[in-house]
Design a protein around this ligand. Structure first.
Ligand code: PGA
Length: 253
């Protein structure tokens, strides 16, 4: 069975200066015969410049977080409307580095997802268990609860994706086995269908956590894996293109 068009999104995290825009341009230039949808999510400081640099290419630009409110006295924060105004069309929300480092709860993530929809942004909603939770056999329950709590009802019929990112696989070089990834992705799909009915079958479920060119073919071919959220390996155009090609089985390899 052929899969729907996958989404390969790069999460640059707190990396990149204006000089790094050349990597984004190299990604766009390398997208010949690519069937995957591609996005790069740089720091907020780079969004406007990157959107300009990638104008007319098929690479979309996204944010890495947003505030739930549309405007106001929130020093240092960025609103979804501001991301959209700068040229972003997507936004990563609920990344584990924000859940762990800033105490973001499922309810707050859901409020941010509402904000993204209000601003016309496509949210990529992240979920994932810690190593302790996996070892305790709680991975499926933890992830299912995060999906239920982080996705507002307003998502029904809107464009969004869920990214399964086991916390212990992020930036560590460790990845779950393919059957482990499939178990979690199938569980996420079941929750989406339970929450949204048939509409819950549409959103891609991305895998994230130490995706690299050498493991991308196997991961992206796995059941219910609809793309990848890539951190470290998205910083270099050559590596990111390797992953994008792995997600474009009908395109060039
Ligand atoms: P990684 O990060 O690819 O560097 O493991 C993934 C992520 O945090 O989105």
């Amino acid at each position: 069975m052929t899969k729907p068009q996958p989404l390969i999104a790069g999460n640059w995290k707190m990396n990149g200066l204006a000089a790094s825009l050349s990597e984004a341009k190299a990604v766009a230039a390398g997208l010949t015969e690519i069937t995957a949808r591609v996005a790069i999510c740089p720091s907020a400081t780079l969004i406007a410049q990157m959107a300009l640099a990638l104008k007319g290419t098929s690479v979309a630009v996204g944010g890495q977080d947003c505030r739930a409110e549309a405007s106001g006295a929130f020093t240092g924060d960025v609103a979804a409307e501001q991301l959209a105004d700068a040229g972003a069309s997507l936004v990563i929300l609920g990344h584990s580095e924000r859940r762990a480092g800033y105490g973001e709860t499922d309810a707050l993530v859901a409020a941010k997802v509402e904000a993204a929809l209000r601003a016309g942004l496509e949210p990529i909603v992240c979920v994932g268990e810690t190593l302790e939770q996996r070892e305790a056999g709680e991975a499926l329950a933890v992830v299912a609860a995060q999906v239920r709590g982080s996705l507002p009802a307003g998502l029904s019929g809107r464009a969004y994706s869920v990214a399964y990112e086991p916390v212990w696989a992020i930036g560590t070089g460790l990845t779950p086995t393919t059957p482990e990834i499939e178990d979690v992705h199938r569980a996420i799909r079941a929750v989406l269908v339970d929450m949204f009915g048939e509409a819950g079958r549409a959103p891609p479920i991305l895998y994230g956590g130490s995706v690299k060119p050498s493991n991308a073919v196997e991961i992206l071919a796995a059941d219910e894996v609809g793309g990848a959220l890539v951190g470290g390996a998205s910083l270099k155009a050559e590596d990111f293109l390797g992953i994008i090609r792995a997600g474009s089985p009908n395109g060039s390899r």
